[in-house]
Design a protein around this ligand. Structure first.
Ligand SMILES: [Zn+2]
Length: 282
């Protein structure tokens, strides 16, 4: 890992379409990713990385509506969550789920909580089991688990979720393991569409998935793909190739090395990557 720069600091990034608004504070490979997709019908939590409950509070602090800046506002938003969608069972994408379910319990959520993930994501199901077995008091909401298989379409009560299977393998520095159940997904509302890669290796099929999306959110883990890691993650070149087919795009899931390489580019529009905090600027 290149230690000459840290991964991006938490920073509120917002994309606002006609109907959909997406906010995120943080996305770094091997640490955490979570994003919040708000539609007039309600909110979808995109990935439940570590800190996602904290980010819900922080988002309430930043939302312009006065009511959101209180615990009452957060309670209302907790009831608004239409689903939690997890792209694959790697800890940096789901480890905040235990905390999020406990937080929803704490703030008095009553409506069922729907969790969607690629079929075969047993670590996600195990974590939900752990939540159920350790909760000190009966939980006021039911949890609906939905394993998605292949290309599926599901109405989440207004927004429509579409899944798109992708290839993503386990890895650690210098070693690559077996495949993980993984999906890209899009969320549409009233003809507006945001498309998110999850973690994926490059694939020509991603072009059709990102083309003409109103917002494309694409992982950019590697500056250059390490030898043998071709089936693990995107590198900057493949990431930009897919992302630039969308009308607007964000890159996410940075490492120190990919973030540093992206910072040196002059051809990226504002907001494509998070800024370096003033104190850290070289
Ligand atoms: Zn992963």
């Amino acid at each position: 890992m290149d230690r000459s720069i840290l991964p991006p600091a938490p920073h509120l990034r917002t994309w606002k379409g006609k109907f959909i608004r997406v906010n995120t504070f943080y996305s770094a490979a091997g640490i955490s990713t979570s994003m919040f997709c708000d539609t007039p019908a309600g909110r979808i939590v995109m990935e439940a990385g570590d800190g996602c409950s904290r980010d819900i509070i922080e988002l309430a602090r930043h939302l312009p509506e006065e009511s959101a800046r209180s615990m009452n506002g957060i309670r209302e938003h907790a009831e608004d969550i239409l689903g939690i969608v997890i792209s694959h069972p790697h800890y940096d994408h789901y480890s905040g789920l235990l905390n999020l379910l406990s937080f929803l319990h704490l703030v008095g959520r009553r409506g069922n909580v729907r969790i969607l993930y690629p079929e075969g994501s047993t670590p996600v199901e195990d974590l939900v089991e752990h939540f159920k077995s350790t909760l000190w008091e009966r939980c006021p909401f039911e949890i609906e688990l939905k394993g998605m298989k292949g290309e599926e379409e599901l109405d989440l009560g207004g927004p429509v979720l579409r899944t798109f299977p992708v290839t993503h393998r386990n890895s650690r520095p210098g070693a690559v393991g077996g495949p993980v159940p993984a999906m890209a997904y899009s969320i549409s509302f009233n003809g507006e569409r945001i498309a998110y890669s999850g973690d994926t290796c490059p694939s020509p099929e991603l072009a059709g998935f990102f083309r003409d999306a109103d917002l494309g959110i694409v992982e950019a883990t590697y500056d250059r793909t390490p030898r043998g890691h071709e089936k693990v993650h995107m590198d900057i070149a493949s990431s930009l190739e897919a992302a630039s087919l969308a009308k607007k795009y964000w890159l996410t899931h940075f490492t120190s090395a990919s973030y540093k390489a992206l910072l040196s580019r002059r051809d990226l529009a504002d907001g494509v990557i998070p800024p370096v905090p003033r104190a850290e600027r070289p």
